[in-house]
Design a protein around this ligand. Structure first.
Ligand SMILES: Nc1ncnc2c1ncn2[C@@H]1O[C@H](COP(=O)(O)OP(=O)(O)OP(=O)(O)O)[C@@H](O)[C@H]1O
Length: 324
């Protein structure tokens, strides 16, 4: 049995129909009309201990709803979930002791208290033994570089510092599973990088199983070994990043650089001009051609000064899936 077992879950929300005008509002007081919004439709997956899984999809795909079901906040309309052998939405307290949750848009810190004080409150709340608390506090203060601000009130902290403190807080009780919902949202490049490194460190040092939802594909490429892609509540793909690229990639990119004026690009079968700048062509090559065939052809035909194969970013592949 896997650590996380999700079997054919569905989640429907009952939503009140909007009313028009005063009469409409009055009528709705007597008899409200509802419609059903399907947020998650027949999703199944298993996650083993120690995996880091990226759970991705466009806005409204059902990512947060799934995470809320896994963390016990929501009950599925049908289907079943077990996490660590328990049903999270039926045994919320027991489940809460074994998981850490970070919602990028929501802080668990007390605005007026120094971070260190919230940590102490959390120790009492979760009944964390002194030894474990002190070890974890030291470990997270070090890897998340929190020494400079741990004694400052939360209201004085930057977004990046708050996110680090939230991550540390959610891990103080040594949970088996960490749910991260958009942890790098709104952060600058350096803070994103630090956070990604720390997520990978936590997984390596503590064998924490991590499920990460994000719109930033650099997060996925940096830390996830596996990707689950969903859209409109349904699962589209579940597998390794390499399999994902193999499955969805239609070809690869070639960049040609010229130290003279750009030659005229001809309409070429199996080659598509994606981008043209002052002295560059970026070409998408169909996967029916080997890189050797493509490079030989392009060098003979256009005689570039430099030519490179470029890796297609996961972000671009996903964008193609949802725009095609
Ligand atoms: N409490 C709720 N009541 C009604 N509808 C909801 C509720 N929560 C989510 N939904 C709807 O369910 C669908 C899935 O929402 P969800 O928040 O899971 O998507 P998401 O993939 O996390 O999106 P995003 O990337 O924008 O955060 C959306 O259409 C949303 O409007």
């Amino acid at each position: 049995m896997s650590l996380i077992e999700v079997n054919h879950i569905h989640k429907n929300f009952k939503i009140a129909e909007p009313t028009k005008g005063v009469m409409g509002s009055l009528k709705s007081l007597l008899k409200k009309k509802y419609y059903t919004k399907v947020a998650v439709e027949d999703i199944s997956f298993q996650i083993d201990r120690g995996e880091v899984v990226g759970y991705i999809g466009p806005n409204g795909a059902g990512k947060s709803t799934t995470i809320k079901i896994l963390s016990g906040v929501l009950t599925p309309t049908s289907g079943s979930v077990t996490v660590n052998g328990i049903i999270p939405y039926k045994n919320r307290k027991e489940n809460a002791l074994k998981i850490g949750v970070v919602f990028g848009q929501r802080s668990q810190l007390y605005w007026d208290l120094p971070v260190a004080d919230t940590f102490e409150l959390y120790q009492k709340l979760y009944n964390i033994k002194d030894d474990l608390y002190n070890t974890n506090r030291r470990y997270f203060t070090d890897i998340l570089e929190m020494h400079d601000f741990i004694n400052q009130p939360v209201r004085q902290l930057s977004l990046g510092q708050k996110m680090k403190a939230n991550l540390a807080l959610s891990m103080l009780h040594d949970p088996d599973i960490l749910y991260l919902d958009e942890p790098t949202i709104g952060l600058d490049v350096m803070s994103k990088k630090t956070l990604r490194t720390c997520i990978a460190d936590i997984n390596r040092d503590k064998q924490t199983t991590i499920i990460l939802t994000t719109h930033d594909m650099d997060d996925i490429e940096a830390v996830c070994g596996r990707l689950i892609l969903i859209d409109k509540g349904r699962k589209l793909f579940d597998g390794s990043l390499t399999d994902f690229e193999e499955h969805y990639k239609n070809g690869y990119l070639v960049r040609m650089q010229f130290e003279r004026n750009l030659p005229v690009w001809g309409a070429e079968k199996n080659y598509k001009l994606l981008e043209q700048s002052e002295n560059n062509f970026v070409i998408s090559v169909d996967k029916c051609l080997t890189t050797r065939e493509a490079l030989t052809y392009l060098i003979n035909r256009y005689n570039p000064d430099n030519i490179y194969i470029e890796k297609e970013k996961i972000e671009d592949i996903i964008q193609k899936i949802f725009t095609n």
